[in-house]
Design a protein around this ligand. Structure first.
Ligand SMILES: Cc1cc2nc3c(=O)[nH]c(=O)nc-3n(C[C@H](O)[C@H](O)[C@H](O)COP(=O)(O)OP(=O)(O)OC[C@H]3O[C@@H](n4cnc5c(N)ncnc54)[C@H](O)[C@@H]3O)c2cc1C
Length: 451
């Protein structure tokens, strides 16, 4: 029987679009289903609008710093409505670009929610399609914990559409998304309280990075409440009353605020309503189980990106998808490498990281681990008259001299670590770093001069 498509992709987000286009390049007949705007989480309610808001939040500091360089004081205020409008206009422009890219690649877009009828058949609205291979790239969504009054809280999705700038905001969660939003809002002048259950923000990152970012955020005016749990949210005339309790439940505290955001209390894969029960695809708590080729437990069905809940980042979803397309349609068998995946936190101060944390390295290599650390005030802040610090750290196996991890907090960390990540991925040694000539005067040169 002739099937409608060689490949049908469910979800036109980071992973889905990249895969569809790559497979089409190899000559496959490809269809893609999307019920929302093109581009997925990253373009519509993630990386892109967030980073634009990060840029916007930096201007008050730049205006202040300018005076140290001889500029007269700048008096400026944020037009929140305008900022939200321009950010969303840019997202709309990108939606159009994605449509053009799909058209140019001759990928057929079916607008609607796709559900499995069987392993080769999907229903999308009133259309039924068949495909030889099906890729699930449906992403995830923020979860709402079961807490009294939780309906009064917004999620990270809603922040991009707030009509007014909240004067006060409580952000629940210490992950990278919550940390970034705490800094964005704080930079724009909102009074921010970040409430986290753990001892520190950014669990999973190197301890020095966690400490440095947290202290930097406090210095910039974010109030961080550690080891605290949310008990309830109560809507009152003065604002939302957020009732919090310490871990030992000994003390309760109430924070009154204009907005409560669940920016970082967790995300779940969008797999609950996909009709997976009509296939042999297995999942664990919603996360689709795949092998190293992104193949599910159903032979012709694959899954990439956040719906597999491995490393939930856009470049990972894209890479997994392209590896699948290269293998299955391009005759170039390859798998995604999860080693040394760099990532960043666009907080103020910014942080970025690649490779092992000090703790991970010590667990694996014990006393063979040597740490190189440098903390300094970058030149830019001398005339600006600010006590901003940059921290750089290399984790090295002194037996092999291999650089196991590189971590940074400070301006342009993400841009700098992206370059360092190439060296770490190639297996560079500390001697290779030392043999590299620095670019002077920069902060980045510290990575090649650490003793
Ligand atoms: C606030 C925030 C900030 C982030 N910042 C960064 C960052 O700075 N850097 C970074 O690398 N990552 C970042 N991420 C993570 C990044 O957005 C995701 O890892 C990435 O988008 C995952 O891509 P994906 O293809 O798996 O899913 P998505 O991009 O979410 O795409 C899934 C698509 O599938 C569609 N879909 C779902 N179910 C169906 C169905 N049944 N039928 C049809 N369509 C369906 C959805 O509507 C969606 O468009 C951020 C995420 C958030 C929430």
């Amino acid at each position: 029987m002739k099937l409608d498509f060689d490949l049908f992709v469910i979800g036109a987000g980071s992973g889905g679009i990249a895969t569809a286009r790559r497979a089409a390049e190899y000559g496959a007949k490809v269809g893609i289903a999307e019920f929302d705007r093109l581009g997925g989480t990253c373009v519509n309610r993630g990386c892109v609008p967030k980073k634009l808001m990060v840029y916007s939040s930096h201007f008050p500091n730049l205006f202040e710093d300018a005076q140290g360089y001889g500029w007269s004081p700048v008096k400026s205020s944020l037009d929140w409505e305008k900022m939200i409008a321009v950010v969303n206009n840019e997202v709309t422009r990108l939606n159009g670009i994605y449509q053009k890219m799909l058209d140019n690649s001759k990928v057929e877009l079916l607008e609607g929610y796709a559900k499995f009828v069987d392993a080769h058949t999907l229903v999308i609205g009133d259309r039924q399609v068949t495909a030889d291979k099906i890729l699930i790239a449906v992403g995830g969504h923020p979860v709402r914990p079961n807490i009294l009054g939780i309906e009064h809280a917004i999620t990270s999705d809603d922040i991009f559409h707030l009509k007014e700038q909240p004067k006060r905001m409580v952000i629940l969660g210490g992950g990278y998304i919550g940390t970034e939003f705490a800094c964005i809002l704080n930079g724009m002048g909102t009074e921010v309280t970040q409430v986290i259950r753990g001892e520190k923000i950014l669990r999973g990152f190197d301890e020095d990075i966690r400490d440095e970012v947290e202290q930097g955020m406090i210095n910039h005016g974010v109030r961080i409440l550690n080891k605290i749990q949310l008990i309830a949210i109560d809507k009152t005339a003065e604002g939302a009353k957020v009732i919090l309790s310490q871990d030992d439940k000994a003390k309760e505290e109430t924070v009154v605020t204009d907005a409560v955001s669940l920016a970082a209390v967790g995300r779940k894969p969008n797999t609950h309503n996909l009709g997976l029960e009509n296939t042999k695809v297995k999942h664990r708590d919603g996360a689709i189980v795949v092998d190293k080729y992104s193949r599910t437990t159903e032979e012709n069905i694959y899954a990439v990106g956040d719906c597999t809940n491995k490393i939930n980042l856009t470049p990972v979803a894209i890479n997994e998808g392209r590896a699948f397309a290269d293998t299955v349609f391009g005759n170039k068998s390859r798998t995604m490498s999860y080693e040394n995946v760099p990532s960043a936190v666009f907080s103020t101060p910014e942080a970025a990281t690649v490779g092992m944390t000090e703790a991970e390295a010590r667990e694996k290599y014990g006393d063979d681990v040597k740490i190189y650390r440098s903390r300094f005030r970058p030149m830019y802040y001398t005339l600006a008259g600010k006590d901003e610090k940059t921290l750089m750290k290399l984790v090295v196996n002194q037996k092999t001299d291999k650089v196991l991890g590189a971590h940074m907090v400070g301006d342009n960390s993400a841009e700098i670590i992206q370059g360092v990540a190439i060296a770490v991925k190639m297996g560079a040694t500390k001697a290779n770093f030392d043999a590299t000539v620095g670019i002077h005067p920069t902060s980045a040169e510290e990575f090649v001069t650490m003793r």
